[in-house]
Design a protein around this ligand. Structure first.
Ligand code: PGA
Length: 253
């Protein structure tokens, strides 16, 4: 990692935690954060706990994020939440295109692109998730799949938005499975993503953070983060307990 990119350690709580559980977890994280931590820290609770977590985070440096958003600002879209609402709720980041959204809710690259543009329009920063399935990796299609997800996900980006993006490479076979990509496997894809970003974003590619996600733990975080193009971690399971999340934050420098 170059000095141009601050490590981002992002906790994705998925469909976990009641409001009270969320308050307890975020208090423990705040209490455990030591001075001098160089990494930026973010948590993405479920929608129902955003307000509770926002209240706990007030005055702290930890950023609030949402796990998804619909692309319309408002309207007759029962069950949906807009980026405008998420900005109002105190979010700074919004995850889009997570593989669980693609797998269980049918999000296509085009849907993800609409969400990404809407998040930017609302003044928030999208974290665009991309990554191949095990079948795609075995068929040696990883780079092809990742390139399509990235290109289609970033279609129609305005020049002004080029500096307001985070990418997360999450091999689907590594998510929640305990199977982590080796630092070498991850770095290979991260370097490829950065080369594509140079085509799409120009010089902003050098400052765009590319997070790795998929079974990141306190044991493997430091070696993954020492790779030159791995600029942070998107952490699921290990972000649900303060002690493991704090250790990963500490691994970020
Ligand atoms: P995991 O999830 O750390 O539990 O593998 C990562 C993610 O889905 O963002």
């Amino acid at each position: 990692m170059t000095d141009k990119r601050q490590i981002l350690i992002a906790g994705n709580w998925k469909m976990h935690k009641t409001q009270e559980e969320a308050r307890i977890l975020v208090r423990e994280i705040l209490r455990g954060l030591t001075y001098g931590i160089k990494a930026e820290v973010m948590v993405a609770p479920p929608y129902t706990s955003l307000a509770a977590v926002a209240a706990e985070l007030a005055g702290s440096a930890i950023r609030l994020a949402a796990q998804d958003a619909f692309w319309k600002p408002q309207g007759a879209y029962t069950g949906a939440i807009s980026p405008v609402m998420l900005a109002d709720a105190g979010c700074h980041y919004v995850i889009v295109g997570h593989s669980e959204r693609r797998q269980h809710f049918g999000d296509t690259n085009q849907d993800v692109n609409r969400k990404l543009l809407a998040v930017l329009e609302a003044g928030l920063i999208p974290i665009l998730c991309i990554g191949e399935t095990i079948e795609e990796r075995q068929a040696e299609k990883t780079l092809h799949v990742v390139a399509a997800q990235l290109r289609e996900g970033l279609a129609g980006l305005s020049g002004e938005a080029r500096d307001r993006l985070v990418i997360a490479y999450e091999p689907v076979w590594a998510i929640g499975t305990g199977l982590t990509a080796t630092p070498g496997q991850a770095q290979e894809v991260h370097a490829f993503i950065r080369s594509l970003l140079r085509e799409v974003l120009g010089p902003a590619a050098e400052t765009t953070r590319i997070l790795y996600g998929g079974s990141v733990t306190p044991d493997n975080a430091a070696t993954l983060l020492s790779e030159p193009d791995i600029d942070g971690a998107l952490v699921g399971g290990a972000s649900l307990k303060a002690d493991s999340f704090l250790k990963i934050i500490a691994a970020g420098g």
